[in-house]
Design a protein around this ligand. Structure first.
Ligand code: SF4
Length: 310
C-alpha cells in the first residue's frame, strides 16, 4: 500500500493494461505530462492531468472540513458496494491507493459514534445556515430506521466551497466503520478517476444520498431517501457547486427526480436546479464491471469540460 502518486499511477496503469484498457487514462495524458507526473515529489499535491487552462475559482482555506472517527464494530458482508468483496464473480480490479487514509488537510472526526438525538424536522434542517450545523444535527439523526443499525453517520467531507460535488448512494461497510465517504476500494478508484480529470479529492466535496448504511448494503428504501434528502439538499445549497457528479442509480435518480436507469441517464449533462449534473456509474459497480470504468472516466471528463466552459 502506498500513497505516493507515482506508485499509484504506475499501479493503476499496470492494472488497466492487464485488463486491456491501458488507454483509459492516457487518452488525455501526453508522454511529457506523464513524465512530469512521475517525477513529482512524494509530498507534492495531487497531480493535475489536464492543461491548467481552466478558470476554476481558487478554493479558500477550509477551517471546518469533515473527517474520520475511529472504527467501532464489524458489519455484515457487503454484496454490492465499495466495502468488502463484490456480490458476484472474482475481484477483477484492484486499486492500491491511499488505503483509506484521511484526506490531507482534514481534521479528525469525533472518536465515537453518537446515539440518536432528538428529531429535527426537514424545515429546521433547511433553515440551518452553515454546514457545520447541518453536520452536527445529522450526526445524531433519528429520522429513519437506519439510525438503529448504523455505526457512524457518514455526513460527507471535502472543501466547503468546492466547484465539484460528488454524490454517491450510501455508506458501505468501510464507510460505516470510519465515518468517511468512499474509503473502500471503490473510493480509491473514485480518487483515481477524479484525479485523472484534475479533481484531487481534497478539492471536491463528497457525500451520499443516505448518510447511514443500509443493513447488508441493501438498496435504499424510498422512506429512507425521503427522510435523508433534507441533508443532501442543504449540502448542495451551502456548497454551491458548479457541477455535480452523481455516482450510481440512486444519486442520479434522487437528484433528477426520475426512475430512468443510470445506463440511460449517463453520457450527457443534466441540470439540478440550474447546476450542471453529470450522472455516471457507481465506482463499486465498476469493480464488478471493469468495462464501465471507461464510461465513468468519460463522464468525469465531461464534468471537467462543463467546469472549464462555465
Ligand atoms: S439515513 Fe439519513 S435520515 Fe436516516 S437516520 Fe441516517 S442521517 Fe437520518
Amino acid at each position: 500500500m502506498t500513497d505516493d502518486p507515482r506508485d499509484l499511477l504506475r499501479s493503476y496503469l499496470r492494472q488497466r493494461a492487464e485488463l486491456g484498457e491501458a488507454e483509459l487514462v492516457l487518452d488525455r495524458l501526453s508522454a511529457a505530462e506523464l513524465q512530469a507526473l512521475l517525477a513529482e515529489q512524494k509530498t507534492a499535491p495531487a497531480p493535475r492531468l489536464v492543461p491548467p487552462s481552466d478558470a476554476r475559482r481558487e478554493p479558500a482555506a477550509d477551517p471546518r472540513r469533515e473527517s474520520a472517527p475511529d472504527p467501532r464494530r464489524e458489519s455484515s458482508p457487503n454484496p454490492r458496494r465499495e466495502s468488502g468483496p463484490p456480490a458476484e464473480g472474482p475481484e477483477k480490479v484492484e486499486v492500491h491507493v491511499r488505503g483509506g487514509a484521511p484526506v490531507p488537510g482534514t481534521v479528525p472526526h469525533p472518536p465515537s459514534p453518537r446515539a440518536p438525538a432528538a428529531y429535527v424536522s426537514a424545515e429546521e434542517i433547511s433553515s440551518l445556515p452553515i454546514l457545520a450545523d447541518v453536520r452536527e444535527i445529522a450526526l445524531g439523526c433519528p429520522r429513519c430506521g437506519l439510525a438503529r443499525t448504523r455505526t457512524h453517520v457518514v455526513f460527507g467531507e471535502g472543501r466547503e466551497n468546492a466547484d465539484v460535488m460528488v454524490v454517491g448512494e450510501a455508506p458501505g461497510q468501510d464507510e460505516d466503520r470510519s465515518g468517511r465517504p468512499f474509503v473502500g476500494r471503490a473510493g480509491r478508484l473514485l480518487d483515481l478517476v477524479l484525479m485523472s480529470a484534475g479533481f484531487p479529492r481534497e478539492d471536491v466535496y463528497i457525500c451520499n444520498v443516505l448518510k447511514c448504511r443500509p443493513p447488508q448494503n441493501r438498496n435504499p428504501q424510498p422512506d429512507e431517501v425521503s427522510a435523508c434528502s433534507p441533508y443532501l439538499l442543504k449540502q448542495i445549497e451551502l456548497v454551491q457547486p458548479r457541477v455535480i457528479l452523481a455516482f450510481g442509480t440512486f444519486a442520479a435518480q434522487t437528484l433528477l427526480g426520475t426512475d430512468v436507469s443510470i445506463g440511460k441517464l449517463r453520457g450527457r449533462t443534466h441540470q439540478y436546479q440550474g447546476v450542471p449534473l453529470v450522472p455516471t456509474y457507481h465506482p463499486a459497480a465498476c469493480l464488478r464491471h471493469p468495462a464501465w470504468v471507461r464510461s465513468v472516466w468519460e463522464d468525469v471528463q465531461r464534468a471537467r469540460d462543463v467546469l472549464d466552459a462555465s
